[in-house]
Design a protein around this ligand. Structure first.
Ligand SMILES: Nc1nc2c(c(=O)[nH]1)N[C@H]1C(S)=C(S)[C@@H](COP(=O)(O)O)O[C@H]1N2
Ligand SMILES: [Mo]
Length: 389
């Protein structure tokens, strides 16, 4: 408790220094500044370094957003977060084939133009990395308009046999994994049950925001499983394999595995689960000031369930309704805003929470299950800032 106080006072002092230093904001490169309306200024969070700007994504590197920059429904392709575990393979477009193998009536191969010539659909989908967290101010996130082919149509065309229970998706990228003291070469791979694989919204994505899929996001083809964490969306997809048993791999069974304490039928147990469906989550990412009015903005992510409300709390005040973007769709992120009138000068803690259509409320950090692993961080995320006098 005492430690926290000292810490917050230090933060307050640091932020006041930043505010008072002439031209301090100019240390943030121009290109990194979020779009501001005339007369509007960004209020810096005291829980975040003032300069949290990121350069453009680099080959093989992780890229995350300065979430204070989230101002538009779609994330630019160049800004959309980037994560991969075995580097970014350059897939030769001419010789590219998507192979469908295993327990299907007909094994097939599709060239890129085969896929491009099929009927396409588009959908907005936002997702975050299963490892996204307050540590990166939730920057491993993005929302895009994806275009491509319905996965279900391809699976139906090949005809999954009744014993084909599991559908495995392999990427072109591979790495050496040390398993039981043996080095083995493995491709990035994830799987879905047949039932999950046949969801109509699942997409073999060829396009991102109207452009051919960029290299960093899986050129030429990626899987898109709306409502799931990013890890499900296999990039550089080259093979779909149907099998009669559960598929195990680093990214299904060892990594991206959440270890948490849960009540299992009245018995407290440590449970491990693969990272799959997105947990109900909201976070505040941006505060701006225009005269006496502050605008608090943030995002909501869900697994596709409807959203009843998003609320914002300032200090120990009551929960107050925020405005949800009316253009949001089932699987897009849902941006929200709260207009904060006549904010009192001084330090404030602000937090958001989302309630889904079934009445389920986003948990506070304290209510989150005891968790060992760093995956699936969906607790409420309090932010601190100072309102100038
Ligand atoms: N082939 C392949 N696909 C992959 C990965 C990978 O390492 N290889 N990483 C996954 C993870 S963990 C995430 S969070 C998302 C990131 O997608 P993005 O870089 O397009 O944002 O890709 C997923 N798909
Ligand atoms: Mo991820």
């Amino acid at each position: 408790m005492h430690d926290e106080k000292i810490d917050r006072r230090t933060l307050l002092k640091r932020s006041l220094n930043t505010t008072m230093a002439v031209g301090a904001v100019a240390t943030i490169p121009q290109w990194a500044m979020p779009a501001l309306a005339q007369g509007e200024e960004l209020v810096l969070f005291t829980d975040m370094p003032a300069d949290f700007s990121r350069g453009p994504a680099i080959p093989g590197g992780t890229h995350f957003l300065d979430t204070r920059q989230i101002t538009s429904f779609y994330t630019d392709n160049a800004d959309f977060y980037v994560v991969q575990h075995y580097g970014q393979p350059e897939v030769d477009i001419d010789s590219y084939r998507l192979k469908v193998t295993g327990l299907v009536e007909t094994e097939r191969e599709y060239t890129l133009s085969d896929l491009q010539q099929r009927s396409q659909f588009q959908q907005a989908a936002g997702f975050e990395c299963g490892g996204n967290s307050p540590r990166l101010y939730n920057g491993l996130i993005g929302n895009a308009n994806w275009g491509g082919v319905r996965l279900r149509d391809i699976l139906a065309e090949c005809g999954i046999k009744p014993e084909g229970k599991e559908v495995v998706f392999f990427g072109a990228d591979s790495g050496t994994e040390n398993i039981r003291d043996t080095d083995v070469e493995q491709n990035f791979a994830r799987s879905l049950s047949q039932e999950d694989a046949m969801r109509p919204e699942n997409m073999l994505a060829l396009q991102m925001n109207g452009e051919a899929l960029p290299l960093f996001h899986g050129r030429p083809l990626r899987l898109l499983i709306p409502g799931f964490y990013g890890v499900a969306n296999v990039k550089w997809l080259t093979q779909i394999h149907v099998q009669d048993r559960r598929f195990m791999s680093r990214f299904m069974g060892r990594d991206y595995v959440t270890l948490k304490k849960e009540m299992i039928g009245g018995q407290e147990r440590w449970v491990e689960n693969s990272v799959t469906r997105i947990h109900l989550k909201s976070a505040i990412t941006r505060v701006t000031r225009m005269g006496n009015t502050h605008k608090i903005s943030g995002f909501v992510l869900t697994d596709g369930v409807g959203v009843r409300s998003v609320e914002v709390k300032i200090g120990n005040g009551p929960w107050m309704q925020a405005q949800l973007d009316s253009g949001a769709t089932q699987y897009s992120w849902k941006l929200f805003q709260y207009q904060w009138n006549n904010a009192s000068p001084g330090e404030h803690t602000i937090v958001s929470r989302v309630t889904d259509a079934n009445g389920k409320v986003q948990l506070t950090a304290e209510q989150m299950p005891e968790k060992i692993s760093r995956w699936e961080n969906y607790g409420q995320f309090p932010r601190t800032l100072v309102i100038a006098g």
